[in-house]
Write a protein that binds this ligand. Structure first.
Ligand SMILES: [Zn+2]
Length: 273
């Protein structure tokens, strides 16, 4: 009986050491620790960044994102768990990153829009937005799957390699939906509006905080129908769409940020994180 106990214990150790997760370029994945493991606090280090695990029901959880430009392969993940009775354990795991086939798109910006395509201006405005993305509300506000903020043709998928006026630019960090100016834009999930400003490069911009480091972004808006500090529910109308900022035609640029990293929002409409 004792030998069986030892064998089971060894298997458990092997299992915890060999823990593995799978994800794709530009995708998100859940990291959770069931309450049965006895940890009451924890953190995870992945791709050189440390994130706190949030209480979730009786266990701990956080969602992690994968940069779209990260090469497919195996990457280490380190979990630190602490709890009562002196629990202080480090676990090592592996995240297997699969390839995503990102499309390539060429489009043309008219001179009035092209002149907004300046690295300094974009950098300054990103710094403003990233200040709110860096704020992590520990309570999960989102419920279930996210909804698409507007229905319309997908004019540019996440991760698309962009060529603007024949020049190679970066990969697209959002999900574009072609809609006429003035289309009602809905909150993709429950949360709090934490940013609503008319920017030069991104146009009318709203950011919703969904808690636990998850935010959604809405660019090129023509009118705000929600204010900073307002609590919104999934499906509430927050703005009207537009063509403001660097935009080649009327559309909504919808972004999703996980711990200040832009990932594919479309995955969140298919899977409840
Ligand atoms: Zn876009």
């Amino acid at each position: 009986m004792k030998q069986w106990g030892a064998a089971v214990f060894c298997l458990m150790v092997l299992f915890s050491v060999a823990q593995a997760w799978t994800a794709r370029q530009g995708g998100s994945f859940i990291l959770s620790v069931p309450s049965a493991e006895g940890a009451t606090a924890g953190s995870v280090v992945f791709l050189g960044k440390s994130e706190t695990l949030f209480p979730d029901g009786n266990g701990l959880k956080t969602v992690l994102g994968v940069p779209c430009e990260l090469k497919p392969g195996k990457y280490p993940l380190s979990l630190r768990l602490t709890g009562p009775n002196g629990l202080n354990e480090q676990r090592l795991g592996t995240v297997v990153i699969g390839r995503t086939r990102f499309p390539t798109v060429s489009f043309w910006l008219k001179p009035a829009k092209k002149k907004l395509l300046k690295r300094d201006l974009i950098g300054e405005e990103w710094a403003l937005i990233e200040k709110v993305l860096a704020q992590e509300e520990p309570v999960q506000l989102w419920v279930g799957k996210f909804l698409r903020p507007a229905s319309g043709e997908v004019s540019m998928a996440f991760g698309t390699q962009e060529y603007v006026n024949r020049k190679k630019r970066g990969q697209h960090r959002g999900f574009d939906i072609a809609v006429p100016i003035g289309t009602r834009i809905k909150a993709a999930n429950n949360g709090t509006v934490v940013f609503a400003q008319k920017l030069t490069a991104f146009g009318g911009t709203i950011v919703i905080d969904h808690g636990q480091g998850v935010h959604t972004l809405y660019f090129h808006l023509s009118k705000f129908l929600a204010t900073v500090g307002q609590a919104v529910n999934k499906g509430d109308v927050i703005a009207l769409s537009g063509n403001s900022g660097i935009s080649s035609g009327p559309h909504l640029h919808w972004g999703l940020s996980v711990h200040n990293l832009r990932v594919d929002p479309n995955q969140w409409t298919k899977h409840a994180f």
